[in-house]
Design a protein around this ligand. Sequence first.
Ligand code: ATP
Ligand code: MG
Length: 245
Amino acid sequence: EDEIPEDHPRYQDLLTRHRIERGVEKGITHLQGMHAEGRGSAFDYLLGEETIPSADEAERAAAAHLLLADRPVLSINGNVAALVPGEMVDLADATGADLEINLFNRTPERIEAIASHLRDHGAEAVKGLEADARIPRLDHQRAKVDADGIYAADVVVVPLEDGDRAEALAEMGKTEIVIDLNPLSRSPRVAEVPIVDNIIRAVPNMTEHAQDLADASEGELEEIVEAFEREAALEAAEKRIRNGL
Ligand code: ATP
Ligand code: MG
C-alpha cells in the first residue's frame, strides 16, 4: 500500500485492488473475490467514485436501524475482511453489533485466517466459527450461521452479498442492510436499506452517523428510519450511473 501514490487520480481504486490481492495471498479472500471486486470497480467508476447523497442518507438510516436493533449483526466475507477489517470493528463498537464471519466458499482455514485478521484489527468476539444453525431454504455452505448470531439477529448488515442469501435472509423477516455498488443486483433489491456505495467509504460513514446519533432518542431514530425510501435510493443510484455513461 505504501507504493501507491496518494495523489494518483484513481488512488482509492488501486488501494482497493491491492487489498483484495493481499487478501488472496493471505488466504482471507477467495479468488472469486477478485472478480467481484472488478465488477464493483466498474460501477464505482460510473458513480464518480464518491458517496452520492442518496447513499449518505441510506448510511444514516442504516446507522439508525443498528442503534434501534436488539440483536444487530455485521456479516463478514472474504472481500469485507480484506477491504475494511478495522472499519467493521469500529462500526460494531459504535452500534453494539456483533461480527459474524460468513463465507460463500467456506473452509476451516479461511474462517480461521479471517478470524485472526479481525482480531489483529481489534475485534474481541468473532462469531461464525460454530455455525450451529441454518438459514432455511438455502443449500449447503451458504446456509451456515451461528444460532446466537445471524440466525437470531433482527438487523443484519450484509455487504457484497450474493442474491440468494440476501433473499433468504429477507424471507426470515430480518431487517437487511446491503452494501453493493450495483443497484441492479438482486441483493440491494431485496434489502430494506440498499446502500449503493463502495464499502470503503460506506462503513466509516455509517460509523460517523452512528456516533452522531448516539444520544438521539428512540423516536428520533425511528423518524430517520421511516423517512428513508428504498425505491428512491435505488433509482437515484441508477440515474447517477446512467448519467455516468
Ligand atoms: P449475482 O447476480 O450472483 O449477485 P454479482 O455480479 O452481483 O452476481 P456477487 O459476487 O454476487 O456478483 O456480488 C459482488 C457484488 O459486490 C457486485 O454487485 C459488486 O458490484 C459488489 N462490490 C464489489 N466490490 C465492492 C465494493 N468495494 N463495495 C461495494 N460493493 C462492491
Ligand atoms: Mg450480486
